[in-house]
Design a protein around this ligand. Sequence first.
Ligand code: SAM
Length: 261
Amino acid sequence: MNYKQQVADFYNSRANYDNDLTHSRAVRLLNYTQLHPDYSVLDVATGTGSIAIAAAKQVKSVIGIDIAAELLKIAQQKIAVEQLTNIQLLEIDVEAYQAEPEQFDAIYCSFAIVLFPNISKIVQNWYYFLKPNGFIAFSCSSENSYLVDTIVESCAAHGVTLPNLHYLLGTPERIQNLLGSIGFHSIEIHPHQLGKYLTVEQAQSRWSGKFWLHIDNPLPQVDPAILEQIKASYDRAIASLATDQGIWHEELIYYVIANRA
Ligand SMILES: C[S@@+](CC[C@H](N)C(=O)[O-])C[C@H]1O[C@@H](n2cnc3c(N)ncnc32)[C@H](O)[C@@H]1O
């Protein structure tokens, strides 16, 4: 199955995606920024519309785009309940979406940027979609969040190289470098720890040994017997990390704001 379809299916199947946690972690990004009543806003990968809807109450117009039709339906229902008339939702891939140059004052992308295969190119597009002095605001995670390092090491122990979705934007330095190379300035990075301790069983169940979201995911080509060995290695590695408090499950979020010249 192609990668984009896999991403869309994954989110379409999450009927309970819209909850207090996903809402509050998204709206936190909005709270790091300032909107004005005459603004035009783009919410990339809007999902169930947490940012688009909150922004629409403060600005002139909002466009929300996403590839997950089921999440967009939930967003549309919420928009109807709120009787908002200044939000347009489009079911479209971020790579295919073409705005006018200097169309937007602000572009948001909450908990989604790492899912895009060509992040650099997309952020460059956003630069041209922004008005002078406009801003982007997105969230991403540290490269070691979600036990990724343990998963990657367990695969490596069996000769499988697993690419890490969180690598490119996984440290403040890399975020600065990428955005700086595109021309953004006044780059603010606000770290926020959402991590918690899990029991060994909870941490082991966080990875099935099969699922991995990445365009270059090698796991579908790996022999099922090796996959079982990889999962067993992962379970052992997790057990060895246990402390009195349990297993630390890092979820270090970087909320990033940057301005166009
Ligand atoms: C974790 S959800 C975040 C949703 C929302 N921004 C929020 O913070 O609640 C990730 C979203 O990215 C969307 N997405 C992933 N790849 C995409 C792409 N190539 N184009 C548009 N949307 C995409 C998914 O469909 C999903 O709705």
